[in-house]
Design a binder for this molecule. Structure first.
Ligand SMILES: *Cc1c(COP(=O)(O)O)cnc(C)c1O
Length: 504
């Protein structure tokens, strides 16, 4: 048999074919040439290792395949997503969407220079936090504030600055893992602090803390178990009890409240989520929370509390390594501004807008989209169904949020293939697989995105998607791997919400 490797056209030959020549209008020649080379390399590899006979395509066909592959490779890896997973604070999808005001503030500050560490009145050097500190203090009742890269960084900084080489007392019921490599005992070790566990998984009493106090005690740490609940025969001391114990020995009480609601969210059906202001008023010395969870702002970690302790953190050398940039501060400042006006908050903070969308509205939209989706060629059936969404992002693990979804059954491909094609489509649409159906949950979808959902299904049926058509025709490791983006150590984004990214 002839060696099929010899029959492959040359790079120059391929570059002359219309499919690749036309690409040069939008993609630079060097990118196209190197794309052709990698594709051919991969193809040669496949031919050498393949057990089956390889039927060579014509050079024109091959050029078309390569052009398709290059355009897919050239699509930015970081791109917008329509979130049909029903997980509102999906860590894998970037948690809270930002408000228009926050986006505008970021843009304005990003474009040029800013008064980041300069006081405009005196012209003197100032603290970076100045931009948002007074807002944070006003909204939480704290004396002082600091902002760092995220809440993990806030915890690390706090433990390092206050407890390095000493002990921190934590209840055994609060030794959390919040996904990936973040586990409290290991964070403690990294910070150089000694974890002093007290109590039991379900019950810890204030006396357990008292009995563990010693010369070496640097802090009492309370952690909100955001992604699990201990129910039944269970109790923890109140924050006030911890505070009064800490005060009696001049030991700071650190309260990691996690998702960081600034206001009571029970009107949105979310109960029992700790509120930063409450922790401060109950006397916590330092309160830590994320900026991109329930607050609905940019990724950051907020620290509020007593000036004496905040100053200690801000002066620590680690602070420099985890500080935030001017655009984060701008977005956080603009988001916090909206919390000053209760009327504005619900209408301007996107996360709260999504939470506030009436169920009836979701139902109508699902019923309107279902027939449009059902009419597309890749789909066997699509119906509006009632379902439950959830917050995710490590908040309120047991609270299900009523929602509506479109349940889709594919025509010929598997439901996983359908999910993968939609994820890789334009726009990129993420749903969740449930019992052989793909659910597109509308709880985390903005009304203006409904059209994009319909469009995602239309382009899916329009031409055969690479993910389903390519396999088998060209033995192509060439790009197929790109169709199944690795989820790293995160669970599949298509999993049902409660089992899913809620962990983080
Ligand atoms: C989410 C969370 C963290 C980590 O916050 P990031 O902003 O993701 O770093 C820490 N502690 C608790 C209790 C959390 O819920």
């Amino acid at each position: 048999m002839q060696n099929p490797l010899r029959n492959l056209p040359s790079v120059n030959d391929l570059m002359d074919r219309p499919a690749l020549r036309d690409m040069l209008d939008t993609v630079s020649r060097s990118v196209v040439v190197s794309g052709v080379r990698s594709f051919l390399d991969n193809l040669r590899q496949d031919i050498r290792t393949a057990a089956v006979d390889f039927k060579p395509p014509t050079p024109g066909e091959l050029a078309e395949r390569i052009a398709e592959w290059i355009s897919r490779e050239e699509t930015p890896k970081l791109r917008p997503v329509v979130n049909g997973t029903g997980v509102l604070l999906h860590t894998g999808l970037g948690r809270a969407p930002l408000a228009e005001e926050a986006i505008a503030a970021m843009g304005e500050i990003a474009r040029g220079y800013a008064t980041l560490e300069v006081d405009a009145v005196t012209g003197e050097r100032s603290q970076r936090i100045g931009a948002v500190e007074s807002l944070l203090c006003e909204l939480t009742g704290a004396e002082a504030a600091a902002v760092v890269n995220n809440n993990a960084a806030a915890t690390m900084l706090t433990l390092t600055a206050l407890a390095h080489g000493r002990e921190v007392i934590v209840s055994r019921g609060q030794l959390i893992e919040i996904g990936g490599s973040y586990r409290l005992p290991e964070v403690m070790t990294t910070a150089g602090a000694q974890l002093r566990e007290v109590g039991a998984t379900n019950k810890t009493r204030i006396d357990d803390y008292r009995n563990a106090l010693c010369q070496e005690t640097a802090a009492l740490l309370r952690v909100h178990p955001s992604n699990y609940v201990v129910v039944g025969f269970a109790s923890q001391p109140t924050l006030e009890e911890l505070v009064s114990l800490g005060r009696s020995r001049r030991i700071p009480v650190i309260d990691d409240i996690g998702s960081g609601a600034l206001i009571d969210l029970s009107r949105y059906g979310l109960h029992d989520e700790p509120i930063a202001r409450d922790s401060i008023s109950q006397g916590a010395d330092l309160v830590l929370f994320s900026g991109d969870k329930l607050l609905g702002g940019p990724q950051c970690g907020v620290i509020v509390g007593r000036k004496e302790w905040v100053d200690k953190l801000v002066r620590h050398p680690l602070m420099r390594a985890i500080r935030v940039d001017k655009t984060t501060l701008a977005a956080l400042g603009a988001t916090l501004e909206m919390y000053r006006d209760a009327g504005k908050t619900a209408q301007r903070v996107p996360l709260l807008m999504l939470l506030d969308t009436p169920l009836e509205n979701l139902k109508h939209r699902a019923e309107r989209l279902a027939p449009q989706i059902a009419a597309t060629s890749g789909v066997a059936s699509a119906v509006a169904v009632e379902t439950s969404a959830c917050l995710g992002g490590g908040s309120l693990p047991t609270q299900q949020i009523p929602s509506w979804a479109i349940a889709v059954r594919p025509q010929s491909m598997s439901v996983d293939q359908l999910a993968a094609s939609l994820r890789n489509g334009l726009p990129s649409l993420f749903g969740r697989v449930h019992k052989d159906q793909l659910l597109i949950d509308l709880k985390a979808v903005f009304p203006y995105q409904d059209m994009q959902i319909a469009a995602a299904f239309e382009t899916l049926g329009g031409k055969p998607k690479a993910s389903t058509a390519a396999s088998g025709e060209l033995l192509a490791s060439t790009g197929e791997s790109a169709m199944e983006p690795s989820t790293g150590d995160a669970p599949s984004p298509d999993a049902a919400p409660p089992a899913e990214d809620t962990a983080e």
